[in-house]
Design a protein around this ligand. Structure first.
Ligand SMILES: [Zn+2]
Length: 603
């Protein structure tokens, strides 16, 4: 609903209440004249900075779809399909000043107006990746990329090729081998040490829950025969007690902490590189899931210099207690002029399902007697997080297993005010919400908790998720429809760099529950699919709510931020009729706060 419509309703409301005196009625007549004859005359004479015409614009100003995914009555939808509800958008400064037909938009054309003919490209509200780790994305360019490697030999070969120009003695760092898929056949340090004898090598798993290193790396980190596994982590050892080359869960830091950290300037460069990739790929904002003091300094410095290409909604890392306490003292940063918002805290409750670190209520189906990482490995500083919530900060808690999710729901309910007053005022989130016990689905709505979920994880984890969970529990895994049916708010994201952030991959996974090779053909537990409109909203409109931006952003309407994503396919119609085609979709343009951060490319 746009502002004009709202204000008109408010005016009528007052009229009906009969509260108006004559003088106010006179004022109202002056106000209503131009309103009723079309607001555009109010703004005529003021030309736009940018005029987008000839597009298929979906404003998303209609109501939310029903819990089963059926479009709202006022949605531009019929059994024949979706129809765009505008063609043109005028932008002045950082805001949208007009949405409508290309013909009416001509009023906004002036001598200084930059006019872009969209040639029928589709425009939707700005895409948001609401769970990212952008440093990793920027860093990727200076690291060995192991995503997609199938075997140990292939991974080692990539490392050797990459390291050809790296001086002896310097660290070689890589990322992306799949510790979930490889959990039953972990690689060892043998081959890696033979082929890489002169450089310490650290290879981080796709989801950061396991690392793999060579002999020199283990020596540098002083992880020897006598080293003890820390609480909540494992140094994988052979029969003779020698470390084999793999560290899991909390033990991973034994090796990662041995690598010299990037300098402040390097870190800033990584952040900027990562955000530029997101702008290029159609995103107008990221929610950064866990920023420590150093990363916050990088964000704040880029924001102060006016260099953030996309909006950053930073979640403070609860593991950095000093950082959290300092923000608690000064309060959230809500001002968005510099594109940086700080009003959220990220905490971890459990580990990952692939590496069997997620906390389950009953034993892992493929590892009797094991229910995930317990003891000191689970949980977070509850006092600190509760204080942050009371201080007005949203909390976003990583919870994967059904036990982890239940404990997290209990915790948030307790802080909110217990059974009598369970509802969250800070729009708290559970990150992943990956395996939910049937009794707990309805608690998300009851507590006002947002389920922040990753369609790519479903597409990628399906290979082993059922092994871990068995045929019954798996029905509550990645259960988007069950959450929607139970009234939960849902947002979608990539959790990059663990998964590909490509929006078309995300939409396809959400709509079909298939992987990039279109497997399985009918989708994995297809009853949990969402419809295209829900998937797009979970990446835009609903993500805006999660950041408290629903009045400024999330839909294309007058007075909203000019945050827009343009693509070469119509994801609503293609998603309904031929979702496989989504995978060929391309981003054409990205606009953030009225600035074009990816130039329009003609189809
Ligand atoms: Zn994450």
């Amino acid at each position: 609903m746009n502002r004009l419509y709202q204000s008109r309703n408010e005016i009528y409301g007052e009229l009906y209440r009969g509260l108006l005196g004559l003088r106010r009625l006179f004022l109202l007549a002056i106000l209503c004249g131009p309103l009723l004859s079309g607001c555009r005359s109010l703004a005529s004479g003021e030309s736009a900075d940018i005029l987008l015409t000839g597009g298929k614009v979906y404003t998303f100003t209609w109501d939310d779809p029903a819990p089963d995914g059926a479009p709202a009555k006022n949605a531009p939808y019929s059994p024949a399909g979706w129809r765009p509800d505008a063609e043109a958008i005028a932008v002045r400064g950082s805001q949208i000043v007009f949405v409508g037909s290309s013909r009416d938009a001509e009023k906004y054309r002036g001598p200084g107006t930059r006019v872009i003919d969209l040639h029928g490209a589709t425009v939707i509200p700005g895409l948001v990746d609401s769970h990212t780790h952008v440093v990793g994305l920027g860093e990727k360019q200076s690291r060995v990329d192991l995503t997609g490697v199938q075997t140990e030999e292939e991974a080692v070969a990539r490392v050797v090729a990459f390291a050809a120009n790296i001086p002896k003695g310097e660290w070689v760092v890589g990322r992306g081998w799949d510790e979930g898929a490889w959990a039953n056949r972990y690689p060892t340090m043998k081959l890696l040490s033979e082929r890489m004898p002169d450089n310490p090598v650290l290879l981080v798993g796709l989801h950061s829950f396991a690392v793999w290193g060579n002999k020199l790396a283990f020596e540098r980190a002083k992880i020897t025969r006598g080293a003890q596994s820390p609480a909540g982590g494992t140094i994988v050892k052979d029969r003779n007690g020698e470390p084999m080359g793999i560290l899991r869960d909390r033990a991973t830091t034994l090796l990662t902490s041995a690598v010299p950290p990037p300098t402040d300037d390097q870190l800033k460069a990584y952040v900027l590189a990562g955000l530029n990739v997101m702008a290029r790929d159609g995103y107008v904002a990221v929610h950064e899931a866990g920023a420590d003091s150093r990363l916050m300094r990088a964000f704040e410095s880029l924001a102060a210099e006016g260099k953030l290409p996309v909006r950053v909604y930073a979640m403070l890392s609860a593991r950095d207690a000093d950082l959290c306490r300092s923000w608690l003292a000064k309060g959230p940063k809500l001002d968005t002029a510099d594109k940086l918002t700080v009003r959220s805290v990220k905490a971890f409750y459990d580990g990952a399902l692939g590496s069997r670190g997620a906390l389950l209520l009953a034993d892992y189906s493929d590892k009797p007697g094991h229910r995930g990482v317990t003891g000191e490995g689970a949980g977070f500083d509850q006092k600190l997080v509760a204080d942050m919530m009371k201080g007005g900060f949203q909390v976003a808690i990583h919870a994967i297993g059904d036990a982890g999710n239940r404990a997290t729901l209990d915790f948030i309910e307790g802080v909110n005010g217990g059974k009598e007053n369970p509802r969250s005022k800070t729009r708290d989130r559970i990150e992943h919400a990956q395996v939910i016990h049937p009794d707990d689905f309805q608690r998300f709505e009851k507590l006002g908790i947002i389920a922040s979920m990753q369609p790519p994880h479903c597409a990628e984890d399906k290979a082993w998720a059922e092994d871990r969970l068995g045929p019954e529990r798996v029905k509550g895994a990645y259960a988007w429809r069950a959450l929607r049916r139970n009234g939960a708010r849902l947002i979608f994201n990539s959790d990059l760099v663990g998964s590909d952030h490509d929006i078309f991959y995300g939409l396809h996974a959400a709509i079909t529950r298939r992987d990039k090779r279109l497997q399985p053909p009918n989708g994995w537990y297809p009853e949990q699919r969402v419809r295209p409109e829900e998937a797009i909203r979970a990446y835009s409109t609903w993500a805006a709510y999660a950041a408290f931006w629903e009045k400024e952003s999330g839909v294309i309407a007058v007075g909203r931020w000019a945050d827009i994503s343009v693509m070469d396919i119509d994801p609503l119609n293609v998603g309904e009729s031929d979702p496989a085609r989504l995978l060929q979709g391309k981003i054409r343009m990205t606009m953030v706060a009225g600035q074009i951060v990816r130039n329009f490319e003609s189809p």
